[in-house]
Design a protein. Sequence first.
Length: 360
Amino acid sequence: MAPVPISTINVGHIDDVQELRKFKPNTIPQRFIRDIQERPTQATALISSSDIPTIDLSKLLKGNRDEILHLISACEEWGFFQVINHGIALNLLENIEEKAMEFFRLPLEEKQKYQMAPGTVQGYGQAFVFSEHQKLDWCNMFALGVIPDSIRNNLLWPKKPTNFSNTVEIYSKEVRKLCQNLLKYIALGLGLKKDLFEEAFGVAVQAIRMNYYPPCSRPDLVLGLSPHSDGSALTVLQQGKGSSVGLQILKDDKWVPVQPIPDAFVINIGDTMEVVTNGRFKSVEHRAVTHKHSDRLSIVTFYAPSYDIELGPMPEFVDKKNPCKYRRYNHGEYSKHYVTNKLQGKRTLEFAKIPTKNSC
Ligand SMILES: COC(=O)C(/C=C/C1=C(C)CCCC1(C)C)=C/O[C@H]1C=C(C)C(=O)O1
Ligand SMILES: O=C(O)CCC(=O)C(=O)O
Ligand SMILES: [Fe+2]
């Protein structure tokens, strides 16, 4: 079942952060100011961001055993890693960034032709806002469902800038192959048959989200993106060239910044992989912070099971020592649950959890 829009919610007035920045550069409306405990203190990480694993895809493709094991430990220990030598043409990475920035630079009236309806996640605006009292993120987003056709809203694919849609299509095909390859090597690394996850997920759903974070005069008071885990199986994130550091991941209760590696993708394990591996892999909470003087762009692809698919911990990950931590559910239902709740840490995964005393 596909996510359904909610039509009767009152999200209140949502300021467009680029317009705020342009016309009132030193004003932060109250709705953006976080409660003290949510504010982004300096990431005083004991762990430095350089410890986040880097995986060399070209080594995986050659069947390098050490690299495959490195991939598995990255999924188990971090839930996040960066991929280098991924084989996707660098000019395609540049093109998608350029198109995204051309879009964000359009006049507001043009972008508003593709306005995200309240309670939905596709189009231009702020997703995951469900009440007029909810805090807002210091971010403008533009999101589109890409695959399959049934999740596409053709009215939201912009006519301007030229070649935007074409670039998204080409980019999405390449990123899809990357996800398929990663899932294959994850399966092999776990000693399982290579197509296990792909077969289990059916025709995977794929969506793209472009996040633009303008500079903010008080980065200590706001968040670029609220803490959350992704509901996907895998998420592929491209950090804009020259963008400030902004992504932080929660590791041992500390926010660790992810230092961009030029031309690399950041990959994270989503809730679906946590469920199917019965918690062996963790979908890690992450957030984005803003910067006083520089802006930031991220281009994010969510790769998730088909909405028709029933999921739960795979038998390969369940035994007496590791009883089922999650129930079986339909991914369309999970998706609907995910997109109709605000981003709040790992709260959405509660949907699938079963009490510790019980098992499946
Ligand atoms: C922070 O997470 C998201 O924004 C997100 C949204 C994805 C989607 C779109 C932008 C449009 C089409 C539908 C879809 C829900 C995939 C995360 O994606 C995850 C969450 C679920 C659930 C999922 O399947 O992917
Ligand atoms: O911009 C970022 O680095 C984080 C984006 C993100 O987590 C998301 O879009 O789900
Ligand atoms: Fe995310």
